[in-house]
Design a binder for this molecule. Structure first.
Ligand SMILES: *[C@@H]1O[C@H](CO)[C@@H](O)[C@H](O)[C@H]1NC(C)=O
Ligand SMILES: *[C@@H]1O[C@H](CO)[C@@H](O)[C@H](O)[C@H]1NC(C)=O
Ligand SMILES: *[C@@H]1O[C@H](CO)[C@@H](O)[C@H](O)[C@H]1NC(C)=O
Length: 303
């Protein structure tokens, strides 16, 4: 009798655990520049880490292209607006994501997933997590060669041509989130991606703001010793005061925040804009750091 009771207890526990894990909200990951969602040594490892921490979770790595080389090439040279159209369609068609998901973007994947929320958000994002994203853009591409020297050489040549030239804007991904502090007006006028999703132009898109406000939390991760993102304050929506590249305005002093173009101030006031930091260089986080700082935002259930 006692044994039977015990067996039933075990079966019950198993069922409860199983139904819990089936309800764990799925996770979508978007990799950074030069990386690939198909690379088992980079994004594959991160997927495994999440699966180990949250048994039964569905984790999807975004890849644009059928091979590591293609995906990595596209992360440099495929127009982000086109990438987003593909991703919106890809996520909508994935039946495992129908009830929504948590999103984790690494580096440029951070602002791209924010773009997904603002422009599509169908299925909707619950927690939006950016690790080392460039939310106010970059003003240069230092140490890019560490990512892929061949592709970086081409990228450098394109920047040389003039980052706001139409051809370059349509071709060079980092150019599409380039904010030249010495040419602010040109950035506002010609940036095909960042100036748009940041609602910097006089005509604001209310849908972008409404969609960003619909997330549960927006988590911004910065790398305290980052030498790849310039300026690294961009990871927390800070940037150079226009006209120079010395004084950096923190998020709270930027027009984007003060006039609340995309809802950042409101999220902040409501305690839903959460800043986390990692002591290392760009994306140099340990498993332990990820488990402590990111997993808690992924450990939630679909109602
Ligand atoms: C750089 O990218 C190209 C094109 O995607 C790829 O063929 C090459 O193997 C990459 N090089 C390295 C060192 O990863
Ligand atoms: C949905 O998730 C299950 C379990 O992880 C997996 O076996 C299946 O391939 C997924 N379906 C799609 C469309 O990715
Ligand atoms: C605002 O963004 C939404 C979502 O991308 C789009 O459907 C709509 O056309 C945009 N509105 C304007 C005025 O650009």
């Amino acid at each position: 009798m006692k044994i039977l009771f015990f067996i039933i207890l075990i079966i019950n526990c198993y069922l409860i655990q199983n139904s819990n894990s089936e309800n764990i909200r799925p996770v979508v990951l978007w990799h950074g520049l030069g990386d690939s969602g198909l690379d088992p040594l980079t994004m594959g490892k991160l997927k495994e880490l999440i699966e180990n921490q949250l048994p039964g979770v569905y984790v999807k790595n975004i890849a644009i292209g059928d091979s590591i080389a293609e995906d990595s090439f596209n992360s440099f040279f495929k127009n982000v607006n086109e990438q987003l159209e593909i991703v919106c369609k890809m996520l909508k068609e994935d039946t495992n994501l129908t009830s929504g998901f948590n999103a984790v973007g690494l580096s440029q994947g951070g602002q791209f997933l924010r773009g997904y929320v603002e422009r599509c958000n169908d299925p909707p994002v619950y927690n939006l997590i950016s690790l080392g994203g460039q939310h106010q853009g970059v003003s240069s591409l230092p140490r890019c060669t560490a990512l892929n020297s061949t592709l970086c050489k081409i990228a450098d040549d394109l920047v040389e041509l003039g980052v706001y030239e139409k051809y370059v804007q349509n071709t060079l991904v980092p150019g599409e989130y380039w904010q030249d502090p010495f040419n602010y007006d040109e950035y506002v006028e010609k940036s095909v991606f960042l100036a748009d999703i940041n609602n910097v132009r006089s005509e604001k898109n209310q849908t972008y703001k409404d969609n960003l406000l619909s997330v549960n939390n927006f988590i911004l991760g910065e790398f305290l010793a980052d030498t790849i993102v310039v300026p690294r304050e961009s990871e927390l929506f800070g940037y150079y005061q226009p006209g120079q590249d010395n004084i950096i305005l923190p998020m709270e002093k930027t027009d984007l925040y003060i006039e609340d173009w995309i809802g950042i101030q409101q999220l902040d006031n409501e305690g839903r804009l959460i800043k986390i930091s990692c002591p290392g260089n760009h994306l140099q986080f340990t498993d332990q750091w990820f488990n402590q700082n990111v997993i808690p935002y992924l450990n939630n259930q679909i109602n």
